[in-house]
Design a binder for this molecule. Structure first.
Ligand code: SAH
Length: 225
């Protein structure tokens, strides 16, 4: 009799995400997930970032509601955005749209320091507590409108925006290092956006690459809240 161990739900999810990205690789000539990004995805306990009633769905490749009309991103999207950022051990990265803190936790395994801004005070407080309890100690959170970025800690090696914005916030481009990359979904609210990689070539020039269509919750300006 051959006994095969049942794959854990987490392993199955990681395999599914890797396969989806490998498919993109074939279709778009895109690159596969790096070992570092895969390891980070395996390390972060996604079930600790969702409300208790949806824990049983934490290892599905879907976004899930986290309250306040917001969601935790789909693991495939977190994987692809993390990879596109080209994170390195000595990088300092800014995230706009902390939500439950999952993407920030994944990044914290890969870079030296993560700064993350969330516009909803309750989510900022909850994520601060969650990340601290889980032992992520290289993440600083702030509540506010991420449009303005985090100028005191700029410039950043990478910037990741996890809400759909109709235009690229100028202050974020300013706060990106020359040679740095910004990963950002750009397009109309409540429709699909284009995930873009914006590379700062020099102080006056950026290079823009369209990756795939995505659907994010809207980027809101705090004066409209
Ligand atoms: N990064 C999250 C997903 C976040 S969903 C994850 O790891 O799963 C997008 C988040 O962006 C929401 O929590 C929303 O409140 C926040 N947001 C929207 N507009 C923002 C703004 N202008 N500044 C900061 N956060 C914003």
């Amino acid at each position: 009799m051959i006994w095969r161990e049942r794959k854990s739900e987490k392993e199955a999810l990681i395999e599914e995400v890797s396969a989806e990205i490998a498919e993109l690789e074939n279709r778009l000539g895109w690159r596969a997930l790096s070992d570092e990004v895969l390891t980070a995805l395996k390390q972060v306990p996604r079930d600790q970032f969702v409300p208790e009633e949806s824990r049983y769905r934490a290892w599905e490749n879907h976004p899930l509601p986290i309250g306040y009309q917001q969601t935790i991103s789909q693991p495939f999207i977190v994987a692809i955005m993390t990879q596109l950022l080209n994170p390195e051990k000595n990088h300092r990265v800014l995230e706009v749209g902390t939500g439950c803190g999952y993407q920030a936790a994944v990044l914290s395994c890969l870079v030296e320091k993560v700064y993350s801004i969330e516009v909803i005070p309750e989510l900022t407080r909850e994520s601060e507590l969650r990340l601290k309890n889980l032992g992520y100690n290289n993440i600083s959170l702030r509540c506010g409108d991420g449009y303005a970025g985090w100028s005191e800690s700029a410039p950043f090696d990478g910037i990741i925006v996890t809400a759909g914005t109709s235009l690229v916030p100028e202050p974020l481009v300013t706060q990106l290092k020359v040679g740095g990359r910004m990963v950002i979904p750009v397009g109309p609210a409540h429709q699909s956006q284009m995930l873009k990689v914006i590379t700062k070539v020099n102080e006056h020039t950026v290079d823009i690459e369209d990756i795939i269509p995505v659907v994010f919750v809207p980027f809101v300006r705090s004066e409209l809240l």
